[in-house]
Design a protein around this ligand. Structure first.
Ligand code: WTA
Length: 686
């Protein structure tokens, strides 16, 4: 964890980018209001619900839980019990304790039982434009899920076991997640773009005996050999663990002849053969409301990625309710979240939220710019998408490609546009609203985190609401955000500071797998009694929240969290490297890029060759998204006399280069060797 001083300086760096005071206001468009039905009459109703959710949380949430979910047995205890204050004991949240239900039953069975089996669950759009699509109905999903679930059971997977899933964004990914949920196993999805090394770490940490993967996947024109990466990961697990951990690998055939694979006898089996032979029925395991549903790893400021654990009832309720209200999802609408199921956005808004609400969704395996920048809009047109949810980084890259890729495609089915992952700059917001949505669709800029399970701050797409480009806007039902100063005092609007949450909500993660102390330390120890988000924010006079970026050592690259510590430890694993410090740099498309200062061991010289090698090291150890954009050779790093690296200074040089002023650098007299700063500036760009 960074020091408070570093956090504050990072916060101010972020704040400097917010140009608008209270911002121009744009009403939720009348065309949208007329074009569709609405769950909420107007902004007043939204605010009334919000008020009720805070004043009578038990009533509010128990009503919603009964209305939106099917329970095998209602909870017997309190709706909610929690403690956010480490001084009072263990930090915990318990929602609907004693209730019994099953996430898969809620996502699939009940819809099929109610006669909706033939409804499309997913339109599956593959990588290629032509002949690469499938349609999967709710009944077909359920059939596949039951077969896979009974196969898993037969292979010894029991309630509470963790199953690793390493698949591209195809329907077999939600099928695998739900098969786990059906039998009470905990899914551990590892993003298909992560390396063998990253997969190995997650398999080991969660002790997974079963891995579900596929032969390979096309990304644009490239073949990615997932099975080969999975095998490499298992080798690494073997080397590091106490023998062979993964004794079963179920391999979906996605590419076939295009990607031949070796199958290890006794361990590896083909998905289609296994499912064809499997028992077609598999009873649901009724889970306690607080039983874990999944673990998902995410980067933090320090150490290895942590496995965040989400539990059953609270998480699914929160995914469902946010999906319904933030996007105004109506029956028969077609919903399209462009995220990969390997991230929380995919978990909540490709899988759980939409399926729980019996939505029809698009699941997209490919690259949004392949074969060209029209792809997303083409998909919207092809499936008559009503809500499209994507990331600012993508919006910026589409904006740069030019309006013609958008305007040539009719987009008249679109009603709501959504964004997530990083602050959206007003320019990108305006383009998305004006060009992408033809001024007819509200833009819903949702702030939330892997830790929060679902949306926390949103601009509600309701009559009378005034949107402000760049502001995530208002808290969702049940969320009580506060802004604290560095002393931990609550500030009143208008203000700027650390964004924290004052009370529990159903979607909060409950723990870090095998390390509850780390969860308390990271989220609850800096400001006692609050959940600390790690983000800075400003609240304007109208009470709108403006997110300004991370205040800790996490870099947000294209909406994905990369811990600086992970990249640093990967760089220093290279035998020539003595020390490394990684900071964010502004990046036009990605939002933030990765800027690495590297000090070599005595006797080694910088070279272009070595730069390439270091970038490759990170690519192999973590994955392509963590590759440094810049490697800055540093004779030494600026440190305090006690040996702490002054990241504030490194961030400024990365941002401003040789134009950095002494005011921007701040006080450097506390450095052990102040001359290092001038040397670093001198070496900028070399
Ligand atoms: C950032 C993604 C500003 C933020 C759902 C947060 C955002 C981190 C927004 C979580 C937004 C996400 N405006 N910043 N609308 N949405 N962030 O865990 O820094 O991958 O802490 O979850 O992304 O990233 P994560």
């Amino acid at each position: 964890m960074s020091s408070t001083e570093d956090m504050i300086s990072a916060m101010h760096d972020g704040l400097a980018e917010v140009k608008t005071e209270t911002g121009p206001k744009i009403p939720v468009p009348e065309t949208y209001l007329k074009a569709t039905k609405h769950h909420l009459k107007d902004v007043q109703e939204y605010l009334d619900w919000y008020k009720k959710s805070l004043e009578s949380p038990n009533d509010f949430w128990s009503e919603k839980a009964k209305e939106m979910l099917s329970w095998h047995q209602l909870w017997t205890g309190k709706t909610l019990e929690y403690n956010f204050d480490v001084r009072k004991g263990k930090v915990y949240s318990e929602w609907f304790k004693g209730g019994k239900l099953n996430a898969c039953y809620n996502a699939l069975d009940r819809h099929v039982e109610n006669g909706h089996g033939s409804q499309v669950a997913y339109y599956c759009e593959g990588n290629d434009l032509v002949d690469d699509h499938r349609t999967v109905t709710y009944a077909q999903m359920l059939d596949q899920v039951k077969r896979l679930a009974s196969a898993l059971k037969k292979r010894g997977v029991r309630k509470g076991d963790v199953v690793a899933i390493y698949l591209p964004n195809i329907p077999e990914l939600p099928i695998s997640m739900l098969a786990c949920a059906r039998i009470g196993a905990i899914h551990n999805v590892v993003f298909g773009g992560f390396s063998a090394e990253a997969l190995a770490g997650r398999i080991l940490d969660a002790q997974c005996r079963v891995l579900i993967t596929c032969d390979g996947v096309m990304r644009g024109n490239k073949v990615i050999e997932l099975k080969a990466l999975a095998d490499a990961a298992e080798e690494l697990v073997y080397e590091r663990g106490d023998g062979h951990l993964v004794d079963r690998q179920i391999v979906f055939k996605r590419l076939g002849d295009k990607c031949p694979v070796g199958m290890k006898p006794k361990r590896d089996e083909w998905w289609h053969e296994t499912l064809a032979k499997a028992e077609p029925e598999c009873p649901v395991e009724w889970m306690d409301a607080e039983d874990p549903l999944f673990v998902l790893y995410t980067s933090g400021s320090t150490g290895k990625p942590k496995g965040l654990v989400h539990t059953t009832a609270g998480y699914i309720l929160y995914a469902a309710i946010t999906h319904k209200y933030a996007f105004n999802y109506q029956e028969n609408d077609v919903f399209f979240c462009t995220a990969d199921c390997g991230w929380i956005t995919g978990h909540s808004y490709v899988v759980y939220g939409p399926l729980l609400n019996r939505a029809t969704s698009v699941i997209f395996e490919g690259v949004p710019t392949h074969p060209d920048s029209s792809r997303l809009w083409q998909i919207c047109d092809k499936y008559k998408v009503n809500q499209m949810y994507t990331a600012p980084t993508l919006i910026r890259s589409l904006m740069r490609a030019g309006d013609k890729y958008v305007t040539k495609i009719p987009r008249n089915s679109l009603r709501v546009l959504g964004t997530v992952g990083e602050p959206i700059n007003p320019e990108a917001w305006n383009w998305f609203f004006n060009v992408g949505g033809d001024k007819c669709c509200p833009v819903v800029d949702t702030w939330w985190q892997t830790e929060t399970g679902g949306h926390m701050i949103i601009p509600p797409p309701v009559r009378g609401f005034q949107m402000k480009p760049g502001a995530a806007s208002l808290p969702f039902f049940g969320i009580e955000p506060v802004v604290l100063n560095e002393k931990g005092e609550e500030l009143s609007k208008p203000c700027e500071g650390f964004l924290c949450i004052k009370r529990s909500w159903p979607g909060i993660h409950r723990t870090v797998l095998n390390d509850h102390a780390r969860m308390e330390q990271v989220y609850f120890s800096t400001f006692k009694g609050y959940y600390m988000s790690g983000d800075g924010c400003r609240v304007d006079e109208d009470g709108y929240y403006w997110l300004t970026g991370r205040v800790d050592d996490v870099i947000n690259v294209s909406g994905h969290r990369i811990g600086t510590a992970e990249v640093e430890s990967s760089l220093v694993s290279h035998p020539y490297v003595a020390e490394a410090a990684v900071v964010p740099m502004p990046h036009d498309i990605k939002g933030q890029g990765i800027y690495a200062y590297v000090t070599l061991r005595d006797g080694f010289e910088p070279s272009e060759e070595l730069r390439k090698e270091l970038r490759q090291t990170v690519r192999v150890e973590i994955g392509a998204i963590a590759t440094p954009d810049v490697i800055h050779w540093a004779p030494a790093l600026p440190k305090t006399r006690s040996g702490k690296i002054m990241r504030r200074i490194l961030r400024k040089i990365a941002e401003k280069g040789t134009h950095v002023s002494s005011e921007e650098l701040g006080d450097i007299t506390t450095l052990a060797e102040p001359q290092v700063v001038a040397q670093l500036i001198e070496l900028y760009g070399k």
